[in-house]
Ligand binder design. Structure first.
Ligand SMILES: [Ca+2]
Length: 582
């Protein structure tokens, strides 16, 4: 499931003035080298976090008190009890609890916001809000994973204190929580708003000081939530990290239904849309894309870095072999070409009105994860239909729960989309509003005080289209000019599928790059990404890496609109031979 969209500029100068005044009054440890009147395209440099040792035994953290909060356990986790890439994670305390228990007046269900927090004994002075993906409902360990393939590190390993939450409902409630209006809001953004100040006070209780620097990060829906933090909590967070987010989750979800209905037209088994576009046929299209686009970045290496030029160079109607007889895996039928073109193009209703974005052509569509998402069978869509109907529509539509196939197959893009925008006396915010981010171009409350935002998006995503992030960044460039690159950057990962995998260099550490930027002013001019071929130190091998790639091929991820272009010299398997250039 997924996750898009918009905004205020008149308050900019006032907000900047206020933030400078606050900095001058000595916010925790902001340094003062930008006090005074910085040039308008400068933002203050936040100082680095300072670490601390925990001041209590783990068990003592159980006595932490905070309004509307119950601690259920506080235990010690020894060094190495959890690992990342087979490396031991430092000793830490694990604190679990919940906030705002209540009985819903609407459905009589008990709801509460469950959380898990991990606090290193030897702490870096940093806090991460681990924004989780999917529909919530489970307590994913607060290790601080924020996306990418085969992570070699995570926030807990790096010494952050990390919180994870179930977003205000349990797994058992996952298909029905949308009936309760507050549970909708907690899932959308309100649990984060409630958890953030509590987590910071638990940090103070543990280390006798608040976090110096706070970050929100996640992938997919988690990336969307992190972007919600950017505009809903711009004073609480210094750095925002989002991998393959959606800016409009309700619409990206409905676009999946749209794709399914298109693909069904050419599926040989009607509800198994993998038969509409088989592995072999995806390879045919990927090879056709490579044939047109691989060389555009200066080297034929199985990767298409020049994503934008490729979209104009490649034409599926013209460049893919058309079957002369039956489909045989070496061509596409004429009808198939129309359907695949519609799937990649912007979804439209019967009047031609667009409601989501297009998806770029990229050779990474051969990836199994792309297929699992884009070519999901009816049975998989059925599992999400209940949530779509109950959480995203106003009033909640139980059809998705009771007869999911009917909900999917009868979905009407002319008359049903409006339900995503509706409110009534019980459900006072529409899903397009509460899923947010509410005003994604309004980044200056965060950036004017030195905060940074980093968005990474897979080009062959299959779920949340890379075009969502690209359109957002194009609008930021339009609104704020190129100076926005001092505070907000967007990186594309060619060949990668949703969050990770695909035919790509999908292993990278964006969070560390963000920390270096926020706290040390080191602009992320390139992030080194590695292919996870055999021998990768994560132990998590990507079996889709072609055998003619070095197993540890590296490429720079470049800040959009720059692309990784081969310099013309040097080892083409190494990032150092590539420049981030136009
Ligand atoms: Ca290439």
């Amino acid at each position: 499931m997924n996750d898009l969209n918009n905004n205020i500029l008149s308050r900019l100068s006032l907000l900047m003035m206020i933030s400078f005044l606050l900095a001058a009054c000595g916010g925790d440890n902001d340094n003062d080298r930008y006090q005074g009147n910085p040039p308008s395209n400068q933002t203050p440099q936040l100082s680095p976090a300072v670490g601390a040792k925990i001041k209590k035994r783990c068990e003592q953290l159980g006595s932490f008190q905070y309004a509307n909060t119950t601690i259920t356990s506080a235990t010690a986790e020894a060094a190495g009890a959890v690992t990342v890439a087979e490396k031991p994670i430092r000793a830490h305390c694990v604190v679990t609890g919940y906030m705002f228990p209540r009985i819903s007046p609407i459905d009589g269900q008990e709801y509460r916001i469950g959380f898990e927090m991990r606090l290193p004994l030897d702490w870096s002075g940093r806090f991460l809000f681990q924004a989780n993906g999917g529909f919530g409902g489970e307590l994913i360990p607060a290790l601080g994973y924020v996306g990418s393939g085969g992570p070699l590190t995570n926030a807990l390993y790096e010494g952050f204190a990390v919180i994870s939450s179930d977003m205000g409902h349990t797994l058992e409630q996952i298909t029905t929580f949308g009936i309760d209006p507050q549970a909708r809001l907690d899932y959308g953004y309100d649990s984060m708003i409630k958890l953030t100040p509590m987590a910071k006070q638990l940090i103070r209780f543990s280390y006798d000081k608040l976090p110096d620097r706070s970050y929100a990060g996640g992938a997919s829906r988690g990336g969307n939530l992190a972007l919600n933090a950017a505009t809903r909590l711009p004073r609480e967070y210094d750095g925002i990290y989002a991998n393959s987010p959606s800016f409009e989750p309700p619409l990206s979800s409905i676009a999946q239904i749209y794709d399914f209905k298109e693909l069904r037209k050419v599926a040989t088994e009607i509800d198994e849309t993998i038969t509409a576009f088989t592995d072999a046929e995806r390879k045919v299209v990927a090879d056709s894309v490579l044939n047109k686009c691989d060389k555009l970045d200066g080297i034929v290496d199985g990767m298409v870095q020049d994503v934008d030029r490729c979209q104009s160079e490649f034409n599926i109607q013209r460049d893919v072999p058309v079957c002369q007889g039956e489909r045989n895996g070496t061509c596409l039928s004429a009808e198939q070409i129309q359907v695949i073109a519609a799937v990649f193009d912007t979804p439209v209703n019967s009047k031609g009105e667009k409601f989501y974005v297009s998806e770029p052509y990229d050779p990474g569509i051969v990836g199994q994860k792309w297929a699992n998402l884009k070519l999901a069978p009816l049975s998989a869509l059925d599992r999400s239909a209940g949530v779509l109907g109950t959480v995203f529509e106003t009033p909640p539509n139980l059809l998705g729960l009771e007869r999911p196939s009917e909900y999917i197959l009868n979905y009407n893009f002319d008359t049903d989309l409006i339900k995503l925008y509706r409110t009534d006396n019980t459900y006072k915010e529409s899903s397009t509003a509460f899923m947010g981010p509410p005003d994604p171009l309004n980044v200056t409350p965060l950036t004017s005080r030195g905060g940074k935002i980093m968005v990474v998006h897979a080009v062959a995503d299959g779920s949340t289209s890379e075009k969502e992030s690209q359109n957002w960044y194009d609008q930021l460039l339009q609104r704020y000019s190129a100076t926005i690159q001092n505070s907000v950057r967007f990186f594309r990962v060619p060949g990668m599928n949703h969050v990770s995998q695909g035919v790509a260099t999908d292993q990278f550490d964006g969070l560390t790059a963000l920390v270096r930027w926020v706290e040390y002013g080191e602009k992320p001019d390139r992030i080194i990404a590695t292919a996870r071929g055999p021998g990768n130190p994560s132990g998590d091998i990507n079996s889709e890496i072609p055998s003619n790639w070095a197993p540890n091929r590296t490429r720079p991820l470049c800040p959009y609109p720059l692309i990784a272009r081969y310099s013309g010299r040097g080892d083409s398997e190494k990032a150092e031979s590539f420049n981030c250039a136009r």
